[in-house]
Design a protein. Structure first.
Ligand SMILES: Nc1nc2c(c(=O)[nH]1)N[C@H]1C(S)=C(S)[C@@H](COP(=O)(O)OP(=O)(O)OC[C@H]3O[C@@H](n4cnc5c(=O)[nH]c(N)nc54)[C@H](O)[C@@H]3O)O[C@H]1N2
Ligand SMILES: Nc1nc2c(c(=O)[nH]1)N[C@H]1C(S)=C(S)[C@@H](COP(=O)(O)OP(=O)(O)OC[C@H]3O[C@@H](n4cnc5c(=O)[nH]c(N)nc54)[C@H](O)[C@@H]3O)O[C@H]1N2
Ligand SMILES: [Mo]
Length: 765
């Protein structure tokens, strides 16, 4: 009998051999160079590695498939705007091993699912389309045409287009994403869940409401010019290494940095620039002036304490708030202030877990500086009160008039390299009416105005058999979503699951009755079409659109581009009933861009402007103090302290990334900066919490979460004593996604609360 979906979705519980060292006090430097070179040497052919490292993030080169951190507008490093983890991302994609029909004939789906995520990822690049028939144990080859027809047949057999779900992960380029959402809307649904639903959705939600734009307001230049940068809930040394160069530049210009994080992350402490050999020898730059070890989910409490103290000062001296800005540009100040006055400073400080001394140091910097930028990532967005977290950040910036001026503003640091662009060009389950109207007038069909499924809704719908076809453009849905067991059953309930992917991952193994794998080109590869090698485009975290063009030969002749896959599926599904000539787009991506220019705001003359080697900025109201909100002003908001309470024995767990992974792709088994080697099944605990529970270093434990009466368990983790606030703990995702309840998510934004999971820890034996 074949394995159950839950078993196939499970990460391997085998232990390797954990080694623990003292966590690093600084980041990057020689260690990073060594690590990235060894990664490239291991998996790529050397000529390709060199070619790529010279072209990464260069004008006219390709956009690194790693994170969404922007490239400098003018000066770029001659040896490539690279970083250790960027090289790892590329080495992973451009690896010289491929897998085809022989591989799948040799290994059954059950067998592959027993491998660790690390091993699955290292099997190689997918080289030809594969099909898993109902009841079959092995994937078999299928032609592209037959595969497209199969998708079309399944989609056309549904009772209603809303029974299909179309997921996107944020590596998809603007061109592919635009066509994909266009196809989905012409097919008849708005079920476009996106990885951003699990990521920065709460930022989009909070920022749209308060500042009228769901994106950040700052540019790289602002970061250089800020007086004070706060880095909240973010681990840049691992996830956005190039951000450290910008922070260093800010410091050189006299700026200060405050880090707010339960963990003393290496990169927040000290940075050694790998592109500056002299500085490397001198030991690098001290980055954070103040490190605030907030308790997990203690951020609203911390910010409220700051706001209360600022108010107190303002009432005494009358020169703390930017009253001209508040008067002219904001709404809701009085109501906000009267709500703020209902809070008690000591209670807020206590709830934040921050000591008075550290608080005072941070407070002084905030009080005495007016050009403030606040950067944040998943530490703020993956909580039930995530939207409150971000709105409270905005309140602080508004009081200080720190928005829409040089060196000041909001900086949500995005994850995937084009996650922001995908949303801009229409990957949105609840797209604005104005956008849908433009689609209707341009293409002559009426898009569905229903609110489609976000990620959480999609999982529920599949579980309840309301959705029967799952299509994923990139990503690794089963490993990324919460509540692995429930979600595995949800996928298994589908008639068909389809994944457009570069690499094998667990989502190819936890399938519907039938399954298809569509292997596609990666960012680094040349995209040959009838009119020549195609250029595509992406938007980075700061709203700059730029071109990306691969430089390597494709790893297999049987790959299609994402654009071609979307066109093929659309053509096979919609046939004569389509109002669109789908196949023209794949021959010439300029045509896609002409359409985007007509439909999406800010893209006029797209094809011409994309030729600018630095790309172009999209319009950003908040940057110019034009707030496109309901009130026409920037809105203060009222946010409560979170009300959850841990029960005896419980700890609050955050699920984070190690230094050797890109989301669900495991590059290696080390977390160098945190001093953890050769193991991913670890739990970082406060040493007093260990003592109370009678646990010792490296002891094997089982973890349990109980939420709404449902018990979830994850077995076999090793304890690592760590410098983390009491009652807090940390584990890596995806291993602990089994513990994250699907029903625990951010209000209004529905981001899974994967940074605040109440768990208990028990010795395994
Ligand atoms: N190399 C690499 N780069 C990546 C990724 C990757 O996996 N690998 N992923 C990409 C993606 S999609 C994303 S979204 C980003 C993710 O980038 P990050 O958000 O930096 O990633 P996480 O590991 O989730 O780290 C969250 C940080 O928040 C802190 N934190 C957790 N809970 C709280 C809290 O309650 N309050 C505060 N103040 N801090 C908290 C954690 O200690 C940790 O330092 O990175 C992108 N870049
Ligand atoms: N517990 C917990 N869960 C989380 C998070 C967390 O912090 N904690 N973070 C969440 C966040 S922020 C995010 S963004 C999601 C990520 O969720 P996803 O975006 O779904 O996951 P990824 O791991 O980024 O996807 C990796 C897969 O994408 C495919 N791929 C890579 N490059 C390309 C390409 O160019 N084209 C195509 N078509 N496919 C490609 C490869 O097959 C690879 O296996 O996970 C979320 N899940
Ligand atoms: Mo993300």
């Amino acid at each position: 009998m074949s394995k159950s979906p839950e078993e196939k979705a499970k990460t391997s519980e085998k232990f390797l051999s954990l080694k623990i060292t003292t966590p690093s006090k600084n980041s990057v430097g020689f260690g990073a160079i060594k690590s990235s070179l060894s990664q490239a040497a291991k998996y790529m052919n050397p000529a390709d590695a060199l070619k790529l490292s010279l072209k990464i993030n260069q004008k006219g080169g390709f956009d690194c498939p790693g994170c969404a951190w922007p490239d400098p507008d003018d000066e770029r490093s001659p040896i490539g705007e690279y970083c250790e983890n960027g090289i790892k991302a590329i080495a992973e994609e451009a690896q010289n091993k491929t897998i085809n029909r022989e591989f799948f004939a040799k290994h059954s789906v059950d067998e592959l699912s027993a491998m660790s995520d690390f091993e699955i990822g290292k099997s190689g690049r997918l080289a030809e389309p594969m099909f898993l028939a109902d009841g079959a144990s092995h994937y078999q080859p299928i032609s592209w045409n037959d595969a497209f027809e199969k998708v079309g047949k399944h989609l056309n057999a549904l009772n209603n287009p809303d029974e299909a779900v179309f997921y996107t992960s944020g590596r998809t380029t603007n061109e592919a994403a635009f066509l994909y959402q266009l196809f989905v809307r012409e097919y008849g649904t708005s079920n476009l869940p996106d990885c951003s639903n699990m990521c920065h959705e709460a930022s989009g939600s909070a920022l749209s409401e308060t500042l009228g734009i769901g994106k950040g307001s700052v540019t790289l230049d602002d970061l250089y010019k800020a007086d004070l940068v706060m880095v909240v809930g973010q681990n840049p040394a691992t996830n956005h290494p190039r951000m450290l160069s910008a922070l260093e530049k800010c410091k050189k210009n006299g700026g200060k940095i405050i880090a707010v994080n339960p963990l003393p992350e290496a990169g927040l402490m000290k940075f050694v620039d790998p592109q500056s050999p002299i500085k490397m020898l001198m030991g690098g730059t001290k980055l954070s002036d103040v490190f605030v070890p907030v308790t997990i989910n203690g951020d609203v409490a911390f910010f409220k304490a700051i706001l209360l103290k600022l108010l107190q000062k303002e009432e005494a001296t009358n020169d703390v708030f930017d009253k001209t800005f508040i008067e002219e540009f904001t709404d809701g100040y009085d109501v906000f202030i009267s709500d703020l006055k209902t809070y008690n400073f000591d209670e807020c400080l206590q709830a934040s877990g921050v000591s008075k001394n550290v608080f005072d140091d941070a407070f002084d910097l905030i009080l005495n500086n007016d050009k403030i930028i606040i950067c944040w990532a998943m530490g703020l967005t993956q909580h039930q009160n995530a939207v409150d977290n971000i709105r409270e950040v905005v309140n602080l910036l508004l009081l200080k008039g720190s928005i829409g001026k040089e060196g000041a503003g909001t900086c949500p640091v995005r994850g995937h390299s084009n996650v922001q662009g995908d949303r801009t060009v229409g990957i949105w389950e609840s797209a604005p009416q104005a956008f849908l109207d433009k689609i209707e007038s341009k293409y002559g069909f009426k898009p569905s105005v229903k609110h489609g499924y976000s990620v959480i809704d999609a999982v529920k719908a599949m579980y309840e058999k309301k959705a029967k076809v799952f299509f994923g453009l990139g990503g690794n849905f089963i490993s990324a979503v919460p509540d692995t067991n429930y979600s595995a059953e949800a996928l298994a309930n589908c008639n068909l699951t389809v994944h457009v992917s570069t690499k094998l991952n667990r989502s190819h193994l936890v399938t519907g009755k039938e399954a298809l794998i569509f292997p596609c080109l990666g960012r680094t590869e040349k995209d040959y079409q009838k009119t020549g090698v195609q250029t595509q485009s992406v938007e980075n975290s700061m709203g700059i659109v730029s071109s990306t063009k691969g430089i390597l030969e494709p790893c297999s002749e049987d790959l299609l581009s994402e654009v071609a896959v979307v066109c093929g599926v659309a053509h096979a599904t919609l046939k004569e009933r389509s109002k669109i000539n789908w196949l023209q787009y794949q021959d010439d991506y300029n045509l896609v861009r002409d359409d985007i220019a007509e439909v999406v705001e800010g893209f006029n003359d797209f094809n011409t402007r994309l030729k600018n080697p630095s790309g172009f900025y999209l319009p950003n109201g908040a940057r110019e103090r034009k707030f496109n909100t309901k009130t026409g002003k920037a809105n203060f908001s009222i946010n409560k302290l979170p009300h959850w309470k841990l029960k005896d024995e419980e700890l609050i767990m955050m699920t984070i990334r190690s230094h050797d992974q890109f989301n669900t792709t495991i590059y290696g088994l080390d977390d160098r900066y945190r001093g953890v080697y050769n193991e991913r099944r670890v739990i970082f605990m406060n040493r007093e919490d260990m003592k109370v529970r009678g646990l010792i270093e490296k002891q094997v434990v089982n973890l349990k979460s109980v939420y709404s009466g449902i018990v979830r368990e994850a077995h076999s983790f090793k304890v690592v004593g760590y410098d983390i606030p009491k009652n807090c703990c940390a584990t890596y995702f995806p291993e602990t996604n089994v513990l994250v309840p699907l029903d625990s998510f951010a209000h209004t934004a529905k981001t899974p609360a994967s940074k605040s999971v109440a768990i208990t820890v028990e010795a395994a034996y």
